[in-house]
Design a protein around this ligand. Structure first.
Ligand SMILES: [Mg+2]
Length: 381
């Protein structure tokens, strides 16, 4: 069995939160090269989106492997050292502990891992996002694996016609559930339509009993007990031969749907599909970006990447994202541009509530005061 792991972390931004410094990428590249030489990894690539470094790795250690996670942890410690040396912004911000223990769960870095037996042809797409959260994948995963208006294969491909099973996590209560689709489509949507709390973790083909998709589902805010940065998510999707075709997997991103993230992780903004060259959000720390790196996995090597959103067919989605961004920005500090109070990454509310607590009066008394001062014989004109 082969495992594809994407492990990612923000260990420092250049400039501000907009990108990763080339020296940090070079350091991560050196570590990957060594790990391939030591046969820890079969193959690996370094990629980035915004201020996050992703290690895309092929190996035979299975998901949640201590060896692989510790390797990623040490690599991110090394990129943190580079960020500190250069005075980059938020150096080491996603490394929440001083020590590694067993695996990365709860330590800060995000990861998506998918184990499979390599098919004769194994096309996979690695999606990397910046300035948003794991629930951002709910809408496109629904479209890829459950919506025949997006994926005609659900209707006309015998290997897809029976549908897919969605595994959903409740990030607040740390529990999970499976939905059998299409039979339970409406049940599924009731939950994943609330992406701040319910996140699709994996999708499996009912016909092939093969996993088609895996997401990163960690939320830094909940891990750390306080917000220390939106957990920019990654997603792996396997394609073709009973799974959605490459074009069916990319099609949902032709619509710049709205996600939570952007400036201070505290705003709704459109999700913009971009080429690697344009994966550096600088306007209002946004709009949130997504890149799609296509690989053929062959004999344990990663052929690629193909920069799949470097295609004029996504220009209209980018235009739509810019139009939607202008529209939402004009709301300034008002919802729905600003996130609801409970989802804000930064808030002054607790301090404010404390400071002005005694100035709040019961509304009933306020009404009595105002009625008492009104002239009794007033007429309305
Ligand atoms: Mg980021």
């Amino acid at each position: 069995m082969t495992t594809l792991s994407i492990i990612k972390a923000d260990t420092g931004g250049f400039v501000g939160h907009s990108a990763v410094h080339p020296d940090m990428l070079a350091t991560a590249q050196d570590w990957l090269r060594t790990a391939i030489g030591d046969r820890l990894l079969l193959d690996g690539k370094v990629a980035s989106c915004g201020d996050d470094i992703s290690l895309i790795m092929i190996h035979e250690h299975g998901p949640d492997s201590e060896n692989i996670h510790e390797f990623a942890w040490n690599t991110f410690r090394a990129t943190t050292q580079v960020a500190k040396r250069l005075g980059l912004y938020g150096a080491g911000q996603d490394l929440l502990s001083d020590a590694f223990s067993g695996n990365l769960r709860g330590l800060g870095p995000g990861y998506a891992e998918l184990e499979f037996t390599e098919r004769p042809s194994e096309p996979v797409i690695c999606f990397l996002a910046d300035k948003t959260e794991p629930g951002a994948w709910n809408l496109p995963l629904y479209k890829m694996f459950a919506d025949p208006f997006n994926t005609p294969g659900l209707v006309i491909d015998e290997k897809m016609h029976a549908g897919f099973c969605f595994e959903v996590y409740d990030l607040y209560e740390e529990k999970r559930i499976n939905f059998d689709c299409p039979a339970e489509l409406y049940d599924l949507l009731m939950f994943i339509g609330a992406p701040a709390r319910y996140v699709v973790h994996a999708v499996e083909s009912k016909t092939l009993s093969e996993q088609g998709a895996a997401t990163s589902t960690q939320r830094l805010s909940l891990i750390a007990g306080k917000y220390v940065g939106k957990d920019d998510p990654v997603l792996i999707v396997r394609c073709q031969s009973g799974l959605p075709a490459v074009g069916e997997v990319l099609e949902p991103f032709s619509f710049a749907y709205t996600v939570a993230g952007a400036m201070r992780g505290s705003h709704h903004a459109p999700f913009m599909p971009v080429s690697v060259e344009h994966a550096h959000p600088s306007r209002f720390d946004g709009p949130p970006r997504v890149v799609a790196l296509g690989f053929q996995v062959h004999d344990g090597t990663l052929l690629g990447p193909r920069d799949l959103f470097a295609d004029p067919a996504f220009d209209r989605a980018r235009d739509q994202a810019n139009t939607a961004m202008d529209y939402l920005r004009r709301h300034g500090p008002f919802e729905p541009h600003r996130l609801p109070l409970e989802d804000l990454e930064y808030t002054t509310m607790r301090a404010l509530e404390k400071r002005i607590a005694e100035r709040w009066q019961p509304m009933a008394d306020a009404a009595a005061v105002s009625l008492a001062t009104e002239p009794t014989s007033a007429t309305t004109v």
